[in-house]
Design a protein around this ligand. Structure first.
Ligand code: FAD
Length: 349
């Protein structure tokens, strides 16, 4: 019988792709947490992505898309199946001024509108902010300093400073799990607060961004990408994390900062194993060294229970658990036993 590893290796042999087996996910997540993925593959163009998706589909192998791993918490048991990252041409950004010049010009969709640009789903959001600014386009500055990719950003309608990707996305090119391509526009794109902008199972390969506000020089009082980065560095913890762990809950039509609620409940500094509620920003759970999934998951339960008890508000995770929402629950009995020890060591905080 053929080994699935050999089959996968053969399927991608002629493609622009790099394949590794038994890859630690802690290397690919900003939390530095996560066990081994059966296989990890970086695809460098659309054809290679389609080829891998098709090969995995035909072999019944599960696939996981991953950008910079800055919005996921991966189980210590890792992931069964193949983790796919986008590189090469899929990281490129193209605007009207860059067509046909240099390495940022490998994208396939035309960019006829001088107020628009195209970015591969593997491009860094921070680079999109820089690139738009270089092109004199106003409206993408809020992406500066968000440490994820365009694809990951589309998955959560990423945003900051009162703006989100959904405000500037005009079209999304996607592949389905058979490698078939289509373009989403209009109502096919969802634009809800921190929710996926398209259906599960689709893989984003490229996005078209449109800027209604005109040249940057005409917008008064808007912070530049550099100023936004500076503000972030001043406010955000430097330890490994996934950024804001919880969505800001909505009450009476307004969003309440989850960090404020967590702070008011006296949870700053609360520590379980290697995971801590940051002293600097209470919506950041940070890895203070060798944190495991179980540490973070237990801390999350404490934060949610305390905030609900004291404020009546149930916080909801912005971060995605991998392999799925029940992964923590299956680890709970073991976690609880450990926690009573760790809680005592921390003075029961
Ligand atoms: C220090 C710090 C600060 C942060 N600040 C912010 C902030 O201000 N605002 C904000 O919104 N977020 C913030 N985040 C969270 C995170 O950076 C964003 O959510 C980012 O958009 C995630 O991108 P990623 O590439 O890391 O996605 P990943 O974490 O790699 O993946 C997230 C999800 O997207 C899916 N995905 C990835 N690529 C694709 C693709 N091509 N097609 C389909 N699905 C895909 C994955 O399968 C997964 O389900 C912060 C994180 C950190 C660590």
């Amino acid at each position: 019988m053929h080994d699935w590893r050999r089959n996968l290796g053969e399927a991608v042999a002629g493609c622009a792709a790099e394949l590794k087996f038994a890859e630690p996910m802690a290397r690919h997540t900003t939390f530095r947490i996560g066990g081994l993925a059966d296989a990890w593959i970086r695809v460098n163009d659309r054809q290679a992505l389609a080829c891998v998706l098709r090969a995995c589909r035909e072999a019944g192998i599960r696939t996981w898309l991953l950008g910079r791993g800055s919005n996921v918490l991966v189980s210590d048991q890792g992931l069964r199946g193949v983790v796919i990252c986008l590189g090469g041409e899929l990281e490129q950004i193209e605007g009207p001024g860059a067509r046909g010049e240099g390495p940022r010009s490998g994208l396939q969709s035309p960019v006829p509108n001088p107020q628009s640009l195209s970015a591969g789903a593997g491009a860094a959001l921070d680079e999109v902010a820089t690139f738009a600014e270089e092109q004199g386009l106003a409206g993408a500055e809020f992406l500066a300093g968000i440490p994820g990719t365009v694809g990951g950003g589309l998955h959560s309608n990423a945003g900051a400073f009162g703006r989100s990707l959904g405000d500037i996305v005009a079209g999304i090119t996607v592949l389905d799990r058979d490698g078939k391509e289509s373009v989403l526009t209009g109502t096919l794109i969802r634009r809800e607060y921190r929710r996926p902008m398209f259906d599960d199972g689709l893989v984003a390969v490229e996005v078209k961004l449109e800027f209604a506000e005109g040249p940057r020089s005409t917008v008064q009082g808007r912070m530049s990408a550099a100023q936004i980065r500076e503000q972030r560095w001043a406010k955000h913890p430097t330890e490994p994390s996934v950024g804001s762990f919880f969505r800001n809950p909505e009450k009476d039509g307004e969003r309440i900062p989850a960090g404020k609620l967590i702070e008011q409940c006296g949870l700053k500094g609360r520590t379980i194993g290697g995971a801590r509620v940051s002293e600097k920003h209470a919506n950041f759970l940070v890895n203070i060294g060798r944190a495991r999934f179980a540490d973070v998951y237990e801390l999350v339960q404490i934060v949610k229970a305390t905030v609900e008890e004291q404020t009546g508000i149930l916080l909801e995770e912005e971060v995605q658990y991998l392999p799925g929402p029940t992964v923590g629950r299956s680890q709970k009995p073991e976690v609880r036993r450990q926690n009573s020890r760790i809680g005592a060591a921390n003075g029961g905080r």
